[in-house]
Design a protein around this ligand. Sequence first.
Ligand code: AMP
Length: 213
Amino acid sequence: MNLILFGPPGVGKGTQGERLATEEGIQHMAMGDLLRAAVREGTEAGLKAKAFMDGGKLVPDAVVVAMIEEKISADKDAGFLLDGFPRNVPQAQALDAMLAKHGVSIDHVVFMDAPKENLLERLSGRLICRACGFGFHRQYSPPQKSGYCDRCSGELYQRDDDREDVIAHRLEVYQEQTEPLLGYYQGREGFSRIDASGEMDLVYAGLKQAVVN
Ligand code: AMP
């Protein structure tokens, strides 16, 4: 199964995408995680991306398209879930061209939506493990030991771009650049829209429903 999850920052793409990918035995390709790894490793792409990410702006299309093509061409036989890519219409067009070139098709495109209040609450309380990238929330899914990851005991931190001023900008960028993807994908076979405002298990049930068969 190959699928695309898209929606605003903080809607739960990472949490839900990770769970679904694990359950389906497919690759979870989270563009933000790939970029953060590239920044940590100091690769050429990471050096180019850092300032854009810190400011809550989109990294140039050429950088992210090249990174995702490398991933897809390596892992296409295993099945994949794209999370955070594409994030604008030119990226979606580049993805379609790339998939055609590699003979791969997308089975489902799921749009996750939630009101702005939920997004703000989720983003501002989010904590990430520095070692394994697993996500927690101060209020909704706190770690057992404050400050440390339940999975690997790594240190938890707040992402620089989860600060209130940057969050506001990311939501604007989403509205201007990512929301138009709805027009691009709506009406395609395999498209669905799910309500991601509820608690985690409920949202997951909606996601599973969207990708049956
Ligand atoms: P995320 O972890 O999905 O919230 O992404 C964090 C940041 O990485 C975003 O605010 C962007 O700066 C960058 N980013 C992630 N995905 C993309 C993409 N498809 N295109 C451009 N920039 C991206």
